[in-house]
Design a protein around this ligand. Sequence first.
Ligand code: GDP
Length: 285
Amino acid sequence: MTRTKRQLAASLKLVDCVAEIIDARIPFSSRNPDLRKLINNKPRIVLMNKCDIADKTQNQKWIAVYKNAGITALPVDCKTGKGLNAFMPAVRTVLADKIKAWEAKGMKGKTIKVMVVGIPNVGKSSFINKMVKQSKAKVEDRPGVTRGNQWFTIGKGFELLDTPGVLWPKFEDKLVGERLAFTGAVKDDIMDMEYLACRLLEFLKENYPELIEKRYGIRTDDIEPADEETIGCVVGFELLERIGRKRGFLVSGGEINTERAAITVMDEFRNGTLGRLTLEKPKGY
Ligand code: GDP
């Protein structure tokens, strides 16, 4: 077991529930697949963050999938705080039996403790900051608990515990790594930007062609792949060139600056300028 996993297991004993934050644009790739095993039978609530820049229809579908699995998932936007009012009531509902049992034992109003987990970049800090600000509570560093743990009071009788360490998802699946790179969860390597943008554009051509056509004023329906083997890069690169040409991104000699076009596409996808997009649909839809 890694140090982070050990810390997590120890911290779990201190909480009543786990709030898992995922990126609504990549609900599958942004979750840590070990988490379920690690948290065992602890009640769990899922926060689908960044839902403001994810596809509305897909948000609803994912929430329905979670609901079918007996898990409460809330669409939230931790940048503005939208949806966060539902958080504490939802946790209380998830813990209804436990709260009843506390009350039966004379522990009415016992503090509810929730551990917040999430892979980097999903908005864990934004979530905690927003909840703390809403409650106007002070951040406290309480001694005596596992080192590195930080508790935040977010309401009367409600506390959040920030997870120590970083829980990375598994990168064994190449597509998972790629999608995490699309959203900026893994650090950009400038050398890979053009490749990433090409791959993203291919996905968009198949799934959201109207968005790139509208945003960049280009056609996407008249590109035929040269052959099956090279389909990816050829189509993606052609789109990248069209975008660069349209935007006037040229280098001396009149060649298209595809690197600049790639950076533009990636930035505009990441900050939502390109539109509301979800890269992973629930299976069966
Ligand atoms: P952490 O690494 O999980 O702590 O993530 P941060 O809280 O630092 O957020 C990572 C990036 O995502 C930052 O640029 C945030 O402004 C942005 N972000 C966080 N939550 C949201 C959200 O709900 N919507 C949008 N559009 N951006 C968000």
